[in-house]
Design a protein around this ligand. Structure first.
Ligand SMILES: Cc1ncc(C[n+]2csc(CCOP(=O)(O)OP(=O)(O)O)c2C)c(N)n1
Ligand code: SF4
Length: 279
């Protein structure tokens, strides 16, 4: 494990104190992301970090890379533009579950379909933290939120399965309880040449916890511990036992042509054709 001083080197210390509530899990993910960047050996100048809007999206304000804080749900189109213009850069997206799975859901499936080399870290706190805890497409069945005061009747997406079905070539899941596992999963996502998704279950004690009898940060961490199962053990569970549980670890990894590579081949092809054409 890298000493903390190295993580500090990647922070804009002058931007602190941060906005997150006491006990919010987002800081654990931020630290894990920076440890992953260090582990992957990425130079500060070779990384761009993009976010949308939300508590989680404020993370880009605290990291000392070239960063872009865009509109809610639109981090992926901005990140796609950066990657298309400068394919040699590492481009990471730090985004909330509302951002990625609701307003940005269409961008998410198409980025996965293209297999563009981006790394998305989803801060899944199961709600819209910044705007008061409304339910998101990842809110658990029966959970209480200001928009579901009698319990959520909408089945949540399994965002990892959605990513795989749409074409993502690296998909992993972990939790803030498993903080020691997280940097490696993110680092491998950064190293992977293709669309990488790392879902991180995290705690919002201020809203989700308060509404769902998990008022303290430690209760939220215990919930993550009790509802997550290593992939191999998960696969051995009966369908009934899988209900409400989350498989964690590396879920899926595959090799498939990457979008900016394919695009550069098209550019070369067009250049050859235009050189042959009579003037
Ligand atoms: C286009 C647009 N729609 C809605 C909003 C209001 N809004 C700001 S943050 C947010 C939800 C954030 O939730 P999530 O993405 O899950 O991140 P969290 O705050 O939970 O980390 C919403 C709906 C907005 N800023 N812009
Ligand atoms: S509202 Fe929730 S997600 Fe937002 S900072 Fe507070 S605990 Fe974190």
């Amino acid at each position: 494990m890298e000493p903390l001083s190295e993580v500090k080197d990647f922070l804009r210390i002058e931007k602190f104190p941060h906005i997150w509530c006491a006990g919010c899990g987002h800081g654990i993910i931020l630290q894990s992301f920076l440890r992953a960047v260090i582990d992957a050996g990425i130079d500060k100048n070779d990384m761009v970090v993009v976010s949308g809007i939300g508590c989680s999206s404020r993370a880009v304000g605290y990291v000392d890379f070239d960063t872009l804080h865009t509109a809610h749900g639109r981090a992926l189109p901005f990140a796609t533009g950066i990657k298309m213009a400068k394919p040699e850069l590492n481009v990471a997206i730090l985004a909330g579950d509302g951002d990625i799975a609701a307003i940005g859901g269409n961008h998410f499936i198409h980025a996965a379909r293209r297999n563009i080399d981006l790394t998305v870290v989803i801060f899944n706190n199961f709600n819209y933290g910044m705007t008061g805890g409304q339910s998101s497409p990842l809110t658990c069945l029966n959970a209480i939120a200001p928009t579901t005061p009698y319990g959520n009747i909408e089945r949540p997406f399994d965002i990892c399965s959605l990513a795989i079905a749409a074409g993502a070539t690296y998909v992993a899941r972990s939790t803030t309880y498993h903080a020691l596992q997280l940097p490696e999963l993110i680092a491998n996502g950064i190293r992977h040449h293709g669309f990488s998704v790392i879902e991180v279950l995290t705690g919002c004690p201020t809203y989700y916890g308060k509404f769902n009898s998990l008022r303290s940060p430690s209760k939220m961490l215990e919930w993550q511990r009790d509802h997550s199962v290593n992939l191999k053990q998960y696969q051995m569970l009966s369908e009934d036992a899988k209900e409400g549980k989350f498989a964690i670890g590396l879920i899926h990894s595959a090799e498939r042509p990457e979008y900016t590579d394919e695009y550069s081949k098209i550019i070369q092809k067009v250049q050859v054709v235009s050189q042959k054409e009579p003037r």
